[in-house]
Design a protein around this ligand. Structure first.
Ligand code: ATP
Ligand code: MG
Ligand code: FE
Length: 334
C-alpha cells in the first residue's frame, strides 16, 4: 500500500508518501512562515496564493524523493479540514485532480486525526489510548477506543495553547510564530514570577489560557509603569511553567480516569521542550506508555495525514469529486 498525502490547512504546503502505513518514503514541507512574519500572523489570502504556487512543485518533489511513479500509488489522502477554507481548497482540489488523472481513490482526513496519527510513525498504537493535542488552533484531550474513533473529553474554553504562546510572544516583541522563541528563552530563565493556573472545576478536563495570557500582559505593563525590570527569560519560564503544569496534570488525570494503555502527544506545541520534559517525568515508571513524536512530525506535515489516511483507507473511507474543504470539520463525526 502506497499513500500520497496532501496537507494545506494553514501555512505549510506539504506532501508525503507512506508505504504500508508506517514506512515514510518522503515528507516534503514548504513553509510560508517568512511571508507571514511581517504581518505577525498567518494572512489567509497570502497562504492560499503560496499554496497555489507551491502545490505541484511539492507533489513532484515528494514523488521524486520517494522514487515513486503515480501509477505505483494506492490512494491519495488529503486534509479536508479544519483550517483556512481557501488554503484547504487548494489541497483538496489538487488531490481531486491527481486522483482523477491517475484513477486513484480519494481519502479525506481530519487534520487533528492527522496530528494524533503522527504517533503511528513512531510506535504502534495500543488501545484504549489518550491523546493530548496542543496546536495553534486546538487544545484537546481525545480518548480513542479503537482506530478511527475520537471522543473529545476535554478542550480549551478560550485560547488554544499555541495561540497563547504566540500572543505572549508578541507582547515580548518576538517574531511570529512565537512558540519556539518563548520555549528557547524559557530554558534560560527561572519560573519565579507568580502566574495563574486555570484548573477550573475540580473534575474538569477542560483548559483555559486567556486568563494566563492577560496576567502576562498585565505583569509586563505594571512593571513598566513602576519602572521595574522583569527579565524576559524569567517571564517566559514562568509562563511556560503555568501552561505545562496544567497540561501535564490534566493529561495524567485523564489517563487514570479513562484507564488507558497509551498516551500520545500531538500538535505544534508538542515540539515544546518544557512540555516534553515534564510529561516524560510525570509518566516515568507508571503503567502508561507515553509516546512523543520527533519535532518534524509535531508541526504541520503531510506524513501525519498519510498515517491517518492509511487507516481510513483500510476502513473504507472514500471521498468523491464533490469533496470540499470544511473549515470547521468535526473530529467526533469522523
Ligand atoms: P491546528 O493544528 O490547531 O489547526 P496549526 O496547524 O496552525 O493549528 P500547528 O502547526 O500544529 O498549528 O502548530 C503551530 C503552533 O505551535 C504555533 O502556535 C506555534 O507557536 C506552536 N509551537 C511550535 N513550536 C513550539 C514550541 N517549541 N513551543 C511552544 N509552541 C510551539
Ligand atoms: Mg502551521
Ligand atoms: Fe496543525
Amino acid at each position: 500500500e502506497l499513500i500520497l498525502a496532501i496537507e494545506t490547512s494553514c501555512d505549510e504546503t506539504a506532501v508525503a508518501i507512506l508505504k504500508n502505513g508506517t514506512e515514510l518514503l518522503s515528507n516534503v514541507v514548504a513553509s510560508q512562515i517568512e511571508s507571514h512574519k511581517r504581518f505577525g500572523g498567518v494572512v489567509p489570502e497570502v497562504a492560499s496564493r503560496h499554496h497555489v504556487e507551491q502545490i505541484t512543485i511539492v507533489i513532484e518533489e515528494a514523488l521524486n524523493q520517494a522514487e515513486i511513479e503515480p501509477s505505483d500509488l494506492t490512494a491519495v489522502a488529503v486534509t479536508e479540514g479544519p483550517g483556512l477554507v481557501g488554503a484547504l481548497l487548494i489541497g483538496v482540489n489538487a488531490a481531486k485532480a491527481f486522483a482523477f488523472a491517475h484513477g486513484l481513490p480519494l481519502v479525506p482526513v481530519h487534520h487533528i486525526a492527522g496530528h494524533i496519527y503522527a504517533n503511528r510513525l513512531v510506535k504502534e498504537m495500543t488501545f484504549p489510548l489518550l491523546s493530548l493535542i496542543v496546536s495553534g488552533g486546538h487544545t484537546e484531550l481525545v480518548f480513542m477506543e479503537k482506530h478511527g474513533t475520537f471522543k473529545v473529553i476535554g478542550e480549551t474554553r478560550d485560547d488554544a495553547a499555541g495561540e497563547a504562546y504566540d500572543k505572549v510572544a508578541r507582547t515580548l516583541n518576538m517574531p511570529y510564530p512565537g512558540g519556539p522563541h518563548i520555549d528557547k528563552l524559557a530554558q534560560e530563565g527561572e519560573p519565579n514570577i507568580d502566574l495563574p493556573r486555570a484548573w477550573l472545576e475540580p473534575e474538569s478536563l477542560d483548559f483555559s489560557f486567556s486568563g494566563l495570557k492577560s496576567a502576562v500582559i498585565n505583569t509586563v505593563h505594571n512593571a513598566a509603569q513602576r519602572g521595574e525590570v522583569i527579565k524576559p527569560e524569567d517571564l517566559a519560564a514562568s509562563f511556560q511553567a503555568s501552561v505545562v503544569d496544567v497540561l501535564v496534570e490534566k493529561t495524567y488525570r485523564a489517563a487514570e480516569q479513562y484507564n488507558v494503555k497509551q498516551v500520545l502527544l500531538a500538535g505544534g506545541v508538542a515540539a515544546n521542550k518544557g512540555l516534553r520534559h515534564e510529561l516524560e517525568k510525570r509518566f516515568e515508571g507508571t503503567q502508561y506508555d507515553l509516546v512523543i513524536p520527533p519535532l518534524h512530525l509535531c508541526t504541520d506535515n503531510a506524513a501525519m495525514i498519510a498515517a491517518a489516511g492509511s487507516v481510513a483507507y483500510q476502513k473504507g473511507t472514500r471521498g468523491d469529486m464533490s469533496l470540499n474543504g470544511v473549515p470547521g470539520l468535526d473530529l467526533e463525526a469522523q
